[in-house]
Ligand binder design. Structure first.
Ligand code: ADP
Ligand code: MG
Length: 990
């Protein structure tokens, strides 16, 4: 006969295995396993292998025996769900991550905005999962008694439970917040999946090669045992098969351990892509071994029930290694499920059973309280599973137990699908549906299981219902059908609350959430923290607010209404990860309320919609994608418009601030959009606010001093209907910068005025011309008449010279009037030479104060122009300088050259020119001097001559800012560039 193991040995092996599991988890928590491996999609895929519980490990062989190929349903169902990942699992993953929902109960409570939805889900999930937990314990106890051939169930199961509790507490409930993942747990569960695969695959291969002797042997055996094959086929057409498929399809989402591994402990969202084919592959490999083990068990005539053929093969072959392999595989399958299920259920119970009834006081450390309560719940749940196992008295087959559990969770499938695809569903429908489904399940499946009720008499159909292999699927379908029917009808015929509606939109696939734009009472993150300190305690409140700000990449001094609304949402999500969506919603609604809108003005948040649309961009297809492209195009047009655009909502929240606006104001849109107009910096605030309140639609040439510079702006506005809230008119403001046009205009007006005054002057000059000619003639006559008189000759010569100068001035005055009409003959002019001439001319006039002229011009500096007229420029500038200078003042004339131009600079140490008259200096007849002394024509002439020479004048006064005196006049003239150096020499010689 075969070896039997002794109990101590087995317990030792089990303990060793569990400690190995502890080791793996511990190593990865310590960071000794590279992150690359822990975050690898393969690890995630394998961790989903938790699906293969003891039921899959042992029970599927029994199922294959019972239902034939129907056992494949457990593999095909879940594979189907994973192959549908893009439409089924991604959306759920997205919702769970965004709103930090850690379980199906959280998801329902969030979607249906109802504490009851969460509580009922938790309650029924607990009841529904008890058979599955009991199954795992029974499987271990059974396999030990098969191996030891003693009945030792209870004690063994109890010590096994203790170890599992320890592991779950140590590695599964380390962090309280959903956002922090348990890497050790994920890695350990992945490790267990490998063990399961190796064990089952090993036994399968052993059966194939050793029991049957390869493919040929197997074929021969199957040929001679036709009835085995036909029993695999026959039941396929019947009801259980389809029901099984549905049940296992649902299991992928609704079973707490699957939900927990797939969504809550998902370390890397992209890994879901690999898992969508990786998990089906893994399960396929496992299923391949099942028929081999079944046939081997049948061939060997194993004396274990078909459920335990996996063990039986080793025992019948008298191969202890094989039997142990099967035992360890089964151990890892059941421990994985118990650990993950318990974790998931404890989270649900905490959020939906404990917290709604009792919330920890704010003074204590809430994090610690949450952690320890959760640990207590873990112990309680495993204890309940153990209790249920005792209650059943270990008399049930695994397959039955499993199916009862699976059908219970099936009741949540309609709810889960409605979260994604049916927005009309509401909480009343959901709760009514689940109650109905669970009711049917209780009566038709759980009670028969517990009470050994022989049969239920159904009066309408006039049959007696007995729960057995052939009838359970009727119960399953009946419960689901009743559930769906009630769910649909109640949802259709009852009202949905607005907040439930908005949660439904948030959950729906490819639907952008459109939150409402309302103002919060708290107006800064500090106020948020102060408010939250009431329920959470100051330290935790501060920590949560900071975390949320970090998540959103917002600065700590944020005060835009838009950003604060995002902060509130984020806080709700983070708190939901901590204490479940109900409590989070409660806290946020109580302590961070919106201002009550007296005007009833609530619109949707366009800015937020827009930023969400950006995220959705790549996912839009068809018409939606085209519309989105159109939207982008229009938006781009507005963004790039070379004119400032700013649009405002009715409550003056800034919705748009385009690039031109950013450049003009120097305020980036990033910081501004979403805040009130009143919060922007001056002078913009004053300008825009006063414009908004004006009745005019256009405002031209507004003067605005902007960092010391004057800007001229045209403002326009128009009312626009807010697209999502008709009846609410916002405003669009256009700001046009016309500073440059204004400056050009000013210049034009200035020269226009100069020209007109000049024409007047020319008229006067013309009149002066005649008397001057007269004077010149008289002087001529005088000289001729008094020939010989030296003195008279001298005086008359002077008079003639002066009259010549006067006529030259008159001439230039006339030419000044016809500016631009110069018939010039440009020649090279040496500045030093002209300056010397001008100085000597001025020295003749001894009327003014004694000053000293210094000619510092570089003789190498030549300009192009008319030497006569340039001398006039200098004479005027120098005489002005002399008039302004104190006695003995020094007047310097210098030249500076650049490549194209030469600057002639006249600098004095005189009074300087007051700012107030700076603009008028070039006007003809503008003078500050006493009548008779100044004509006010000097600078006007200089201006027109310099203009003729295509030059420029700039005036610096005071030239010496320290002493507040002196004037520097710089005349820029085009430089004469000699083509040959010989020319220069020629000129200098002559
Ligand atoms: P006028 O010399 O006949 O007054 P101008 O056109 O030459 O007329 O000059 C106009 C005015 O500009 C003067 O009256 C004087 O007030 C001012 N001005 C010109 N040059 C200087 C200078 N170098 N320093 C101080 N004031 C000056
Ligand atoms: Mg003058």
């Amino acid at each position: 006969m075969l070896t039997s193991f002794n109990l101590t040995q087995l317990i030792l092996i089990s303990a060793l295995y569990l400690f190995a599991l502890f080791g793996v988890a511990w190593l990865s928590e310590r960071g000794m396993i590279p992150r690359r491996i822990i975050y690898h999609p393969l690890t995630y895929t394998l961790s989903l292998g938790v699906y293969a519980s003891a039921w899959a490990f042992y029970g599927t062989v029994g199922m294959a025996y019972q239902y034939g190929f129907g056992f494949l349903a457990s593999y095909l169902g879940v594979s189907g769900a994973y192959l549908l990942a893009p439409v089924l699992l991604y959306p759920i993953l997205r919702i769970t991550r965004t709103y930090q929902l850690s379980s199906l109960a959280d998801l329902f409570a969030f979607r249906f905005r109802s504490t009851w939805a969460g509580t009922l889900t938790t309650l029924f999930m607990l009841i529904g999962m008890l058979p599955l937990l009991a199954l795992q314990m029974q499987a271990i106890a059974d396999s030990i008694s098969i191996l030891t051939r003693e009945t030792v169930h209870e004690r063994v199961a109890l010590s096994y439970c203790a170890l599992i509790i320890l592991f779950t507490i140590l590695f599964g409930s380390r962090h309280v917040a959903t956002r922090e993942k348990h890497e050790g747990l994920v890695f350990a569960i992945a490790f267990e999946s490998v063990v399961k695969l190796l064990a089952l695959g090993g036994i399968g291969l052993y059966a194939f090669y050793q029991v049957f002797g390869g493919a040929q042997g197997l074929e021969d055996w199957l040929l001679s045992n036709q009835q085995v094959l036909s029993s695999l086929h026959t039941p396929l057409q019947e009801g259980p098969w389809r029901t099984l498929l549905l049940v296992f399809f649902a299991a992928a989402i609704v079973m707490p351990h699957m939900y927990h591994m797939a969504f809550t402990e998902n370390l890397n969202p992209r890994a879901l892509v690999s898992a969508s084919w990786g998990l089906p592959l893994y399960l396929l490999l496992i299923s391949l071994a099942v028929p081999l083990i079944l046939w081997a068990g049948l061939k060997l005539g194993s004396n274990t029930p078909p459920d335990y053929f996996t063990l039986g093969v080793g025992i019948s072959l008298n191969n202890p290694t094989l039997a142990l392999l099967a035992y360890v595989g089964g151990l890892s399958a059941s421990s994985g499920v118990i650990i993950v299920t318990t974790l998931a259920l404890s989270g649900m119970a905490l959020n939906h059973l404990v917290l709604p009834l009792y919330q920890p006081p704010a003074e204590g450390n809430i994090y610690r309280w949450l952690k320890w309560t959760r640990r207590a719940l873990i112990i309680a749940i495993i204890a309940a599973g153990y209790g249920f196992y005792l209650l059943l008295g270990s008399e049930q087959d695994l397959a039955n137990l499993g199916i009862v559990a699976f059908v219970a969770t099936l009741q949540f499938l309609p709810g889960a699908l409605s979260v994604l695809y049916w927005q009309t569903a509401n909480r009343r429908g959901f709760i009514a549906g689940v109650l109905t489904g669970i009711g049917v399940w209780l009566v038709s499946m759980l009670l028969p299981l517990l009470g050994n009720i022989q049969g239920i008499y159904l009066p309408v159909l006039d049959i007696v219902y007995v729960l057995d292999d052939t009838s359970w699927h009727l119960a399953a379908i009946a419960s689901l059908a009743a559930n769906v029917l009630v769910f649909t009808l109640v949802s259709l015929f009852t009202e949905t609350s607005p907040e439930e509606q908005s949660a439904a939109e948030a959950c729906a696939v490819d639907n952008v959430r459109r939150p409402q734009r309302r103002e919060l009472q708290a107006s800064s993150p500090q106020e948020f923290a102060a408010q939250l300190a009431k329920p959470l305690g100051a330290k935790i409140a501060q920590r949560e607010v900071e975390q949320a700000l970090r998540d959103l990449h917002l600065p700590f001094d944020e005060n835009r209404p838009y950003a604060l609304r995002r902060l509130r949402d984020r806080l709700e999500a983070n708190l939901s990860g901590l204490m479940g969506p109900n409590v989070a919603q409660d806290i946020v609604e109580t302590f961070l309320p919106y201002k009550s809108d007296s005007e009833g003005y609530v619109t949707e948040d366009i800015h937020f919609i827009e930023s969400r649309l950006e995220d959705y961009h790549s996912r839009l297809t068809g018409l939606a994608a085209e519309l989105d492209a159109l939207r982008r195009y229009h938006r781009q047009t507005l963004q790039e418009l070379p004119m400032g655009v700013c649009s405002l909502a009715k409550d003056q929240e800034i919705l748009m601030w385009n690039r031109a606006m950013e450049e003009l104001t120097g305020i980036p849109a990033q910081r501004l959009v979403g805040s009130r107009l009143a919060t922007i910096a001056e002078p913009w605030k004053g300008l825009l606010e006063s414009f908004i309140n004006l009745p005019d639609e256009h405002l031209h040439k507004q003067r605005l001093a902007l960092d010391g510079q004057i800007r001229w702006l045209n403002l326009h506005k128009a009312a626009i209907d807010e697209p999502l809230a008709p009846g609410n008119t916002g405003l669009v403001l256009l700001v046009e910068d016309v500073t440059e046009t204004q400056m050009l205009e000013d210049k034009l007006i200035h020269s226009e005025r100069l020209a007109s005054i000049g024409r007047l002057a020319a008229g006067v000059a013309h009149e002066i011309g005649n008397p001057i000619t007269g004077i010149a003639c008289l002087a001529q006559n005088l000289r001729e008449e008094r020939e010989g008189d030296e003195e008279i000759a001298e005086i008359s010569a002077q008079i003639i010279q002066q009259t010549k100068r006067v006529s030259r001035i008159v001439q230039s005055l006339m030419s000044f009037a016809h500016a631009g009409g110069r018939q010039q003959s440009d020649e090279p002019v040496c500045l030093a030479e002209v300056t010397r001439e001008a100085i000597s001319l001025l020295s003749l006039n001894r009327q003014g104060v004694e000053v000293q002229f210094l000619n510092l011009c570089d003789p190498e500096h030549w300009v192009e122009g008319d030497p006569q007229r340039l001398a006039q420029v200098l004479i005027n500038l120098l005489s002005n300088a002399r008039d302004a200078s104190p006695p003995g003042g020094i007047i310097r004339v210098r030249s500076e050259a650049s490549e194209q131009t030469v600057d002639l600079i006249v600098e004095d140490e005189g009074s300087g020119i007051p700012k107030a008259i700076m603009d008028r200096l070039f006007e003809p007849f503008f003078t500050t001097k006493d009548p008779g002394k100044g004509t006010g024509l000097g600078l006007a002439l200089v201006y027109s001559i310099v203009e003729e020479h295509y030059g420029q004048i700039t005036i610096d006064s005071p030239a010496d800012p320290e002493q507040q005196r002196g004037t520097r006049i710089r005349v820029t003239l085009p430089r004469y560039v000699d083509t040959t150096s010989a020319v220069t020499r020629d000129r200098r010689e002559s």
